[in-house]
Design a protein around this ligand. Sequence first.
Ligand code: FAD
Length: 338
Amino acid sequence: MPRILEKISLKSLNTFGVQAYARWYTDINKVEDLQELSSTDQISGKPLLILGGGSNMLFTKDYDGLVMRINIKGIKSEIIEDNVYVTAGGGEVWNDLVNYCVDNQFAGIENLSLIPGSVGASPIQNIGAYGVELMDVFHSCRAYEIQTGEIREFSNWDCRFSYRDSIFKNELKGAYIIIEVTYKLSKIFSPKLNYGAIAQELQNRGILNPSIKNVSEVVSSIRVSKLPDPATIGNAGSFFKNPIVNLGDFRHIQSVFPDIINYPLDNERIKLAAGWLIEQCGWKGRVIGNTGTWKNQALVLVNHGNATGDEIFELSSQIIKSVQIRFGVILEREVNII
Ligand SMILES: Cc1cc2nc3c(=O)[nH]c(=O)nc-3n(C[C@H](O)[C@H](O)[C@H](O)COP(=O)(O)OP(=O)(O)OC[C@H]3O[C@@H](n4cnc5c(N)ncnc54)[C@H](O)[C@@H]3O)c2cc1C
Protein backbone atom coordinates (compact mmCIF):
# COMPACT_ATOMS: atom_id res chain seq x y z
CA MET A 1 0.00 0.00 0.00
CA PRO A 2 1.51 3.37 -0.96
CA ARG A 3 2.22 5.65 1.98
CA ILE A 4 0.25 8.85 2.28
CA LEU A 5 2.45 11.63 3.62
CA GLU A 6 1.23 14.87 5.16
CA LYS A 7 2.22 18.47 4.49
CA ILE A 8 4.76 17.90 1.73
CA SER A 9 6.54 20.77 -0.02
CA LEU A 10 5.98 20.78 -3.79
CA LYS A 11 8.79 23.28 -4.46
CA SER A 12 11.11 20.72 -6.04
CA LEU A 13 8.20 19.03 -7.82
CA ASN A 14 7.24 21.96 -10.07
CA THR A 15 9.56 23.51 -12.65
CA PHE A 16 8.56 27.06 -11.67
CA GLY A 17 10.13 26.19 -8.33
CA VAL A 18 7.42 28.02 -6.39
CA GLN A 19 6.65 27.01 -2.84
CA ALA A 20 3.34 25.29 -2.14
CA TYR A 21 2.40 22.48 0.21
CA ALA A 22 0.26 19.44 -0.44
CA ARG A 23 -1.98 18.55 2.47
CA TRP A 24 -1.46 14.90 1.53
CA TYR A 25 0.98 13.37 -0.95
CA THR A 26 1.65 9.93 -2.37
CA ASP A 27 3.78 8.29 -5.08
CA ILE A 28 2.09 5.85 -7.44
CA ASN A 29 4.64 3.31 -8.71
CA LYS A 30 2.28 0.74 -10.22
CA VAL A 31 -1.34 0.36 -11.22
CA GLU A 32 -1.97 -1.87 -8.19
CA ASP A 33 -1.11 1.14 -5.96
CA LEU A 34 -4.13 2.93 -7.40
CA GLN A 35 -6.36 -0.09 -6.89
CA GLU A 36 -5.17 -0.59 -3.31
CA LEU A 37 -5.65 3.08 -2.44
CA SER A 38 -9.14 3.12 -3.94
CA SER A 39 -10.15 0.12 -1.85
CA THR A 40 -9.52 2.11 1.34
CA ASP A 41 -11.24 5.28 2.47
CA GLN A 42 -7.92 7.15 2.24
CA ILE A 43 -8.69 8.89 -1.02
CA SER A 44 -12.46 8.98 -1.20
CA GLY A 45 -13.86 12.47 -0.86
CA LYS A 46 -10.44 14.13 -1.06
CA PRO A 47 -9.71 16.62 -3.86
CA LEU A 48 -7.14 14.89 -6.08
CA LEU A 49 -4.33 16.41 -8.14
CA ILE A 50 -2.42 14.21 -10.57
CA LEU A 51 1.19 15.30 -10.86
CA GLY A 52 3.76 14.29 -13.46
CA GLY A 53 6.93 16.34 -13.80
CA GLY A 54 5.17 19.55 -12.69
CA SER A 55 6.42 21.31 -15.83
CA ASN A 56 3.07 22.68 -16.91
CA MET A 57 1.67 23.83 -13.57
CA LEU A 58 1.63 26.99 -11.52
CA PHE A 59 0.76 26.60 -7.85
CA THR A 60 -0.82 29.82 -6.59
CA LYS A 61 -1.61 28.35 -3.18
CA ASP A 62 -1.21 25.22 -1.08
CA TYR A 63 -3.14 22.21 -2.32
CA ASP A 64 -5.80 21.23 0.22
CA GLY A 65 -6.14 17.66 -0.99
CA LEU A 66 -4.13 14.65 -2.12
CA VAL A 67 -1.35 15.09 -4.68
CA MET A 68 -0.63 11.82 -6.50
CA ARG A 69 2.66 11.69 -8.36
CA ILE A 70 2.59 9.18 -11.20
CA ASN A 71 5.79 7.21 -11.28
CA ILE A 72 4.73 4.14 -13.30
CA LYS A 73 7.74 3.05 -15.38
CA GLY A 74 8.53 0.71 -18.27
CA ILE A 75 9.08 0.98 -22.03
CA LYS A 76 8.48 -1.79 -24.57
CA SER A 77 8.14 -1.92 -28.34
CA GLU A 78 6.62 -4.13 -31.00
CA ILE A 79 7.59 -3.94 -34.65
CA ILE A 80 4.89 -4.74 -37.20
CA GLU A 81 6.19 -4.37 -40.74
CA ASP A 82 7.34 -0.73 -41.05
CA ASN A 83 5.50 0.41 -37.93
CA VAL A 84 6.77 0.37 -34.36
CA TYR A 85 4.32 0.45 -31.47
CA VAL A 86 6.14 1.84 -28.45
CA THR A 87 4.35 1.60 -25.11
CA ALA A 88 5.59 3.52 -22.07
CA GLY A 89 4.43 3.86 -18.45
CA GLY A 90 2.80 7.17 -17.53
CA GLY A 91 5.65 7.99 -15.15
CA GLU A 92 8.43 7.62 -17.68
CA VAL A 93 10.31 10.84 -18.34
CA TRP A 94 9.27 12.02 -21.81
CA ASN A 95 12.81 12.73 -22.97
CA ASP A 96 14.00 9.29 -21.81
CA LEU A 97 11.37 7.85 -24.15
CA VAL A 98 12.60 10.09 -26.97
CA ASN A 99 16.17 8.90 -26.37
CA TYR A 100 15.05 5.26 -26.33
CA CYS A 101 13.35 5.76 -29.72
CA VAL A 102 16.29 7.67 -31.19
CA ASP A 103 18.74 4.96 -30.04
CA ASN A 104 16.56 2.25 -31.58
CA GLN A 105 16.01 4.15 -34.85
CA PHE A 106 12.26 4.54 -34.26
CA ALA A 107 11.16 7.67 -36.10
CA GLY A 108 8.39 10.10 -35.20
CA ILE A 109 9.14 11.91 -31.94
CA GLU A 110 12.65 13.24 -32.56
CA ASN A 111 11.26 16.77 -33.14
CA LEU A 112 9.78 16.58 -29.62
CA SER A 113 13.20 16.10 -28.04
CA LEU A 114 13.90 17.73 -24.68
CA ILE A 115 10.32 18.67 -23.81
CA PRO A 116 10.22 18.32 -20.03
CA GLY A 117 7.62 16.22 -18.24
CA SER A 118 6.19 12.74 -18.25
CA VAL A 119 4.74 10.30 -20.77
CA GLY A 120 1.40 10.35 -18.89
CA ALA A 121 1.02 14.09 -19.41
CA SER A 122 1.95 14.02 -23.08
CA PRO A 123 -1.61 13.52 -24.37
CA ILE A 124 -3.17 15.94 -21.87
CA GLN A 125 -2.25 19.07 -23.80
CA ASN A 126 -1.18 17.26 -27.00
CA ILE A 127 2.42 18.38 -26.61
CA GLY A 128 4.02 19.83 -29.69
CA ALA A 129 7.17 21.44 -30.99
CA TYR A 130 9.06 22.02 -34.24
CA GLY A 131 6.23 21.05 -36.55
CA VAL A 132 5.18 17.82 -34.77
CA GLU A 133 2.31 17.27 -32.37
CA LEU A 134 1.73 14.28 -30.16
CA MET A 135 -1.52 13.53 -32.04
CA ASP A 136 0.60 12.71 -35.13
CA VAL A 137 2.08 9.67 -33.37
CA PHE A 138 -0.37 8.85 -30.57
CA HIS A 139 -1.91 5.41 -31.01
CA SER A 140 -3.79 4.84 -27.71
CA CYS A 141 -3.54 5.13 -23.96
CA ARG A 142 -4.79 3.18 -20.97
CA ALA A 143 -6.28 5.25 -18.20
CA TYR A 144 -7.63 4.57 -14.72
CA GLU A 145 -11.05 6.07 -14.04
CA ILE A 146 -10.86 7.64 -10.62
CA GLN A 147 -14.55 7.28 -9.75
CA THR A 148 -15.03 3.65 -10.74
CA GLY A 149 -11.52 2.17 -10.65
CA GLU A 150 -12.04 0.84 -14.17
CA ILE A 151 -9.30 0.90 -16.78
CA ARG A 152 -10.33 2.26 -20.15
CA GLU A 153 -8.50 2.42 -23.43
CA PHE A 154 -8.62 5.66 -25.44
CA SER A 155 -7.88 5.73 -29.18
CA ASN A 156 -6.46 8.76 -30.96
CA TRP A 157 -9.99 9.70 -32.04
CA ASP A 158 -11.36 9.33 -28.48
CA CYS A 159 -8.85 11.88 -27.20
CA ARG A 160 -10.29 14.71 -29.38
CA PHE A 161 -6.87 16.24 -29.86
CA SER A 162 -6.42 19.78 -31.12
CA TYR A 163 -3.79 22.47 -30.64
CA ARG A 164 -2.56 22.09 -27.01
CA ASP A 165 -5.83 20.47 -26.12
CA SER A 166 -7.54 17.12 -25.61
CA ILE A 167 -10.60 15.61 -23.98
CA PHE A 168 -8.54 15.35 -20.77
CA LYS A 169 -8.50 19.15 -20.46
CA ASN A 170 -12.23 19.42 -21.13
CA GLU A 171 -15.10 16.94 -20.60
CA LEU A 172 -12.84 14.44 -18.79
CA LYS A 173 -10.72 16.92 -16.85
CA GLY A 174 -9.52 15.25 -13.65
CA ALA A 175 -11.51 12.07 -14.32
CA TYR A 176 -8.71 9.71 -15.45
CA ILE A 177 -5.13 8.89 -14.58
CA ILE A 178 -3.10 7.97 -17.65
CA ILE A 179 -1.11 4.89 -16.75
CA GLU A 180 0.35 3.94 -20.13
CA VAL A 181 0.62 5.43 -23.63
CA THR A 182 1.26 3.66 -26.94
CA TYR A 183 2.83 5.63 -29.80
CA LYS A 184 2.79 4.53 -33.42
CA LEU A 185 6.24 5.25 -34.80
CA SER A 186 7.97 4.18 -37.96
CA LYS A 187 11.03 2.25 -39.08
CA ILE A 188 11.12 4.58 -42.07
CA PHE A 189 12.46 8.05 -41.34
CA SER A 190 10.84 11.01 -43.12
CA PRO A 191 12.52 14.01 -41.50
CA LYS A 192 10.40 17.08 -40.75
CA LEU A 193 12.84 19.93 -41.15
CA ASN A 194 10.78 22.86 -42.34
CA TYR A 195 10.01 24.39 -38.95
CA GLY A 196 12.10 26.88 -37.01
CA ALA A 197 15.84 26.73 -37.49
CA ILE A 198 16.22 22.94 -37.91
CA ALA A 199 17.23 22.99 -41.59
CA GLN A 200 19.58 25.94 -41.06
CA GLU A 201 21.26 24.32 -38.07
CA LEU A 202 21.75 21.04 -39.97
CA GLN A 203 23.32 23.03 -42.79
CA ASN A 204 25.60 24.83 -40.31
CA ARG A 205 26.78 21.41 -39.16
CA GLY A 206 27.33 20.25 -42.74
CA ILE A 207 24.71 17.50 -42.48
CA LEU A 208 23.00 16.80 -45.82
CA ASN A 209 21.17 13.55 -45.05
CA PRO A 210 20.24 13.80 -41.39
CA SER A 211 19.65 10.73 -39.23
CA ILE A 212 16.99 10.55 -36.51
CA LYS A 213 19.75 11.26 -34.00
CA ASN A 214 20.98 14.32 -35.95
CA VAL A 215 17.49 15.83 -35.87
CA SER A 216 17.06 15.08 -32.18
CA GLU A 217 20.43 16.68 -31.37
CA VAL A 218 19.74 19.76 -33.47
CA VAL A 219 16.29 20.28 -31.93
CA SER A 220 17.80 19.85 -28.45
CA SER A 221 20.53 22.38 -29.08
CA ILE A 222 18.11 24.95 -30.53
CA ARG A 223 15.88 24.52 -27.48
CA VAL A 224 18.79 24.92 -25.07
CA SER A 225 19.80 28.18 -26.78
CA LYS A 226 16.27 29.60 -26.65
CA LEU A 227 14.66 28.40 -23.43
CA PRO A 228 15.75 28.80 -19.83
CA ASP A 229 16.69 25.58 -18.04
CA PRO A 230 14.21 25.09 -15.18
CA ALA A 231 17.08 23.70 -13.07
CA THR A 232 18.53 27.22 -12.92
CA ILE A 233 15.60 29.56 -13.72
CA GLY A 234 12.10 28.42 -12.80
CA ASN A 235 9.66 28.37 -15.70
CA ALA A 236 7.02 26.24 -17.41
CA GLY A 237 7.93 26.86 -21.05
CA SER A 238 5.36 28.80 -23.05
CA PHE A 239 2.96 30.35 -20.58
CA PHE A 240 0.29 31.17 -23.17
CA LYS A 241 -1.13 29.41 -26.22
CA ASN A 242 -0.66 30.98 -29.64
CA PRO A 243 -4.04 32.63 -30.28
CA ILE A 244 -6.11 31.65 -33.30
CA VAL A 245 -8.18 34.41 -34.91
CA ASN A 246 -10.58 34.49 -37.83
CA LEU A 247 -9.56 35.99 -41.15
CA GLY A 248 -11.63 39.18 -40.74
CA ASP A 249 -10.08 40.00 -37.36
CA PHE A 250 -6.64 39.14 -38.70
CA ARG A 251 -6.99 41.50 -41.68
CA HIS A 252 -8.03 44.29 -39.33
CA ILE A 253 -5.02 43.74 -37.03
CA GLN A 254 -2.67 43.39 -40.00
CA SER A 255 -3.83 46.73 -41.43
CA VAL A 256 -2.51 48.39 -38.26
CA PHE A 257 0.49 46.07 -37.67
CA PRO A 258 1.72 44.97 -41.13
CA ASP A 259 4.67 43.01 -39.65
CA ILE A 260 2.49 40.74 -37.54
CA ILE A 261 3.79 37.15 -37.50
CA ASN A 262 1.07 34.77 -38.66
CA TYR A 263 0.52 31.18 -39.75
CA PRO A 264 -2.62 30.51 -41.83
CA LEU A 265 -4.26 27.28 -40.61
CA ASP A 266 -6.91 27.14 -43.33
CA ASN A 267 -8.98 29.65 -45.33
CA GLU A 268 -10.73 30.92 -42.22
CA ARG A 269 -8.30 30.76 -39.32
CA ILE A 270 -4.92 32.32 -38.65
CA LYS A 271 -2.57 31.44 -35.81
CA LEU A 272 -0.67 34.37 -34.29
CA ALA A 273 2.62 34.16 -32.41
CA ALA A 274 1.83 34.96 -28.78
CA GLY A 275 5.53 35.67 -28.11
CA TRP A 276 5.57 38.36 -30.82
CA LEU A 277 2.40 40.02 -29.50
CA ILE A 278 3.84 40.09 -25.97
CA GLU A 279 7.18 41.41 -27.20
CA GLN A 280 5.45 44.24 -29.10
CA CYS A 281 3.87 45.29 -25.81
CA GLY A 282 7.36 45.79 -24.37
CA TRP A 283 7.47 42.79 -22.05
CA LYS A 284 10.44 40.87 -23.43
CA GLY A 285 13.17 40.42 -20.84
CA ARG A 286 11.46 42.65 -18.27
CA VAL A 287 12.08 41.91 -14.60
CA ILE A 288 9.21 42.68 -12.27
CA GLY A 289 10.12 41.95 -8.66
CA ASN A 290 10.91 38.24 -8.42
CA THR A 291 9.40 37.43 -11.76
CA GLY A 292 9.51 38.53 -15.38
CA THR A 293 9.69 37.30 -18.96
CA TRP A 294 12.66 35.46 -20.48
CA LYS A 295 15.22 37.62 -22.28
CA ASN A 296 15.16 35.45 -25.43
CA GLN A 297 11.46 34.62 -25.51
CA ALA A 298 8.71 36.81 -24.07
CA LEU A 299 6.27 33.89 -24.05
CA VAL A 300 8.16 32.29 -21.17
CA LEU A 301 7.47 33.70 -17.69
CA VAL A 302 10.22 33.06 -15.19
CA ASN A 303 10.86 32.87 -11.47
CA HIS A 304 14.01 34.86 -10.72
CA GLY A 305 14.36 33.31 -7.30
CA ASN A 306 11.68 33.65 -4.72
CA ALA A 307 8.58 34.41 -6.76
CA THR A 308 5.27 33.17 -5.46
CA GLY A 309 2.75 31.57 -7.78
CA ASP A 310 0.51 34.58 -7.17
CA GLU A 311 3.17 37.00 -8.42
CA ILE A 312 3.65 35.00 -11.61
CA PHE A 313 -0.09 34.74 -12.09
CA GLU A 314 -0.46 38.52 -11.58
CA LEU A 315 2.22 39.17 -14.21
CA SER A 316 0.38 36.87 -16.63
CA SER A 317 -2.83 38.87 -16.04
CA GLN A 318 -1.03 42.15 -16.79
CA ILE A 319 0.36 40.67 -20.01
CA ILE A 320 -3.09 39.45 -21.09
CA LYS A 321 -4.49 42.93 -20.44
CA SER A 322 -1.83 44.79 -22.42
CA VAL A 323 -2.05 42.41 -25.42
CA GLN A 324 -5.81 42.83 -25.40
CA ILE A 325 -5.56 46.63 -25.31
CA ARG A 326 -2.99 46.81 -28.13
CA PHE A 327 -4.19 44.05 -30.46
CA GLY A 328 -7.73 43.20 -29.31
CA VAL A 329 -6.58 39.58 -28.90
CA ILE A 330 -7.21 37.66 -25.68
CA LEU A 331 -4.37 35.33 -24.74
CA GLU A 332 -5.23 32.02 -23.10
CA ARG A 333 -2.94 30.50 -20.49
CA GLU A 334 -1.39 27.18 -21.51
CA VAL A 335 -0.07 26.45 -18.02
CA ASN A 336 -2.45 24.77 -15.55
CA ILE A 337 -3.20 27.16 -12.69
CA ILE A 338 -3.65 25.35 -9.38
C1 FAD B 1 11.43 24.59 -20.40
C2 FAD B 1 10.09 24.03 -20.83
C3 FAD B 1 9.82 23.84 -22.17
C4 FAD B 1 8.60 23.32 -22.58
N1 FAD B 1 8.38 23.13 -23.92
C5 FAD B 1 7.21 22.60 -24.34
C6 FAD B 1 6.98 22.37 -25.73
O1 FAD B 1 7.85 22.62 -26.57
N2 FAD B 1 5.79 21.86 -26.11
C7 FAD B 1 4.82 21.54 -25.19
O2 FAD B 1 3.75 21.06 -25.62
N3 FAD B 1 5.00 21.74 -23.87
C8 FAD B 1 6.17 22.26 -23.42
N4 FAD B 1 6.37 22.47 -22.08
C9 FAD B 1 5.29 22.18 -21.13
C10 FAD B 1 5.40 20.76 -20.49
O3 FAD B 1 6.70 20.25 -20.63
C11 FAD B 1 4.41 19.77 -21.10
O4 FAD B 1 3.10 20.26 -21.00
C12 FAD B 1 4.47 18.41 -20.41
O5 FAD B 1 3.69 17.48 -21.12
C13 FAD B 1 4.00 18.44 -18.97
O6 FAD B 1 4.32 17.20 -18.39
P1 FAD B 1 4.37 17.00 -16.83
O7 FAD B 1 4.56 15.56 -16.56
O8 FAD B 1 5.38 17.90 -16.24
O9 FAD B 1 2.90 17.44 -16.42
P2 FAD B 1 2.43 18.22 -15.10
O10 FAD B 1 2.86 19.63 -15.17
O11 FAD B 1 2.79 17.45 -13.89
O12 FAD B 1 0.86 18.13 -15.33
C14 FAD B 1 0.24 18.81 -16.39
C15 FAD B 1 -1.24 18.43 -16.45
O13 FAD B 1 -1.36 17.05 -16.77
C16 FAD B 1 -2.03 16.33 -15.73
N5 FAD B 1 -1.34 15.04 -15.63
C17 FAD B 1 -0.01 14.82 -15.48
N6 FAD B 1 0.25 13.50 -15.53
C18 FAD B 1 -0.95 12.88 -15.68
C19 FAD B 1 -1.35 11.51 -15.80
N7 FAD B 1 -0.46 10.49 -15.74
N8 FAD B 1 -2.66 11.24 -15.94
C20 FAD B 1 -3.57 12.24 -16.00
N9 FAD B 1 -3.26 13.53 -15.90
C21 FAD B 1 -1.96 13.85 -15.75
C22 FAD B 1 -1.89 17.20 -14.50
O14 FAD B 1 -2.92 16.95 -13.55
C23 FAD B 1 -1.96 18.58 -15.11
O15 FAD B 1 -3.30 18.93 -15.37
C24 FAD B 1 7.60 22.99 -21.62
C25 FAD B 1 7.88 23.17 -20.26
C26 FAD B 1 9.11 23.68 -19.87
C27 FAD B 1 9.40 23.84 -18.39
